[in-house]
Design a protein around this ligand. Structure first.
Ligand code: NAG
Ligand code: NAG
Ligand code: NAG
Length: 348
């Protein structure tokens, strides 16, 4: 290699190291995560009777440890990727941290629980999960802890720059076949969070749940998407948006980013090749029609190439899909992330 080429590769290497360093610089003090299995990082492992668990193979086969962690995914989920974007470790599952004091929650906590809904009664069929009201209650005790450590104004200052991310509603719709006023039921929880220091919210709308493998196999014709479920998701999202606009005008100190999961995920499902996928209908892990008649249990089979599949199991996206969604949550154009994306929310 000539000197010039050598110098050039040296420069490129140096630039790469610099960009990695900047990419991993911490951008916010903490992330608090509320929601369901799309962002659960292990809370349900600690629930005694819950059926909604994922702490067994083949979940986690592409996770850095190659082990099941409780994430409903072959690898990382959206909570991991969002934390990565802002240079933080993934917020720990609240129930798996003990003692629940000291500096355990300095960079955030996750209260998300597979199967959870906005309604306390959602998940009555599956068994136990942590409904949104209870997740917010857990957060309030973390808040009390932070005040003890940092004092009221210290805690409030740090929380006002932290992200409060809320990914919930799919289970309510899947279980109840939906009420268009559902999002209003969650409004009191936003007020509780606001009263306990939250100022920056990240809301993910509901995806095209009619297109998950579990819903497709119910369509006898051609495994098409369930139009009814998709319509409910659209109507829920519409309601969530007007609720958020109202919330913002009532609580002027808050800022939020709404992510249109529905539009992007539907785009991925309709144009899989554009995003590097070969299979947008069948689950990777499972058995039977579209691998969606039997869940991703240890007896199930799984596809050799997870990067090809939009869906990991009958309900959940693959790691690859989650990464694409979070790229758009963070840097996305206004058509997917509005009134601002998370990078802009962080800078507010
Ligand atoms: C859920 O239960 C809690 C306490 O048990 C109650 O305060 C809350 O209003 C309930 N929320 C909904 C949406 O039913
Ligand atoms: C089944 O799929 C087809 C298109 O693939 C769609 O037109 C039809 O509405 C679907 N059925 C239901 C019940 O959603
Ligand atoms: C905003 O405030 C009005 C008046 O107090 C109230 O009726 C409405 O429910 C609030 N909306 C939201 C989304 O908080």
């Amino acid at each position: 290699m000539g000197n010039k080429a050598y110098f050039l590769s040296f420069l490129i290497g140096f630039a790469l190291i610099l960009s990695l360093k900047f990419a991993s610089a911490q951008m916010v003090p903490a992330i608090f995560v509320f929601g369901d299995s799309l962002v659960d990082v292990g809370n349900n492992n600690k629930l005694p009777v819950s059926v909604a668990k994922a702490n067994f193979p083949h979940n986690g086969i592409d996770f850095p440890t190659k082990k099941a962690t409780g994430r409903f995914s072959n690898g990382k989920n959206a909570a991991d990727f969002l934390a990565q974007k802002v240079g933080l470790p993934t917020s720990p599952a609240y129930l798996s941290v003990s003692p629940k004091s000291n500096s355990a929650f300095m960079t955030g906590a996750s209260f998300a629980s597979g199967g959870a809904g906005i309604f306390n009664g959602t998940d009555r069929t599956l068994g136990q999960s942590i409904p949104l009201t209870k997740q917010v209650g857990y957060y309030e005790s973390v808040y009390d802890n932070l005040i003890q450590q940092q004092g009221l104004s210290g805690a409030q200052k740090s929380l006002s720059k932290s992200l409060f991310s809320i990914v919930i509603g799919s289970n309510d719709i899947l279980d109840y076949s939906g009420s268009s006023d559902l999002q209003k039921e969650s409004t009191p929880q936003q007020y509780r969070l606001h009263a306990s220091g939250a100022r920056k919210f990240v809301f993910a709308g509901i995806g095209p749940i009619g297109c998950i493998p579990a819903q497709r196999i119910k369509n006898q014709t051609d495994h098409g998407c369930n139009e009814g479920s998709n319509l409910m998701a659209v109507s829920y999202n519409k309601g969530l948006n007007s609720m958020l606009r109202e919330l913002k005008s009532n609580l002027t100190a808050i800022s939020y980013s709404y992510f249109d999961t529905y539009s992007l995920l539907l785009n991925i499902i309709q144009n899989p090749a554009t995003y590097g996928f070969a299979e947008a209908e069948a689950a990777c892990c499972g058995r039977g029609k579209l691998n969606a008649q039997i869940p991703c249990l240890p007896v199930a089979k799984y596809c050799p190439s997870r990067r090809d599949h939009v869906f990991w199991d009958l309900y959940h996206p693959t790691e690859a899909t989650a990464a694409i969604l979070v790229d758009a949550i963070f840097d996305g154009p206004k058509k997917y992330a509005f009134p601002m994306n998370v990078r802009q929310l962080v800078a507010v």
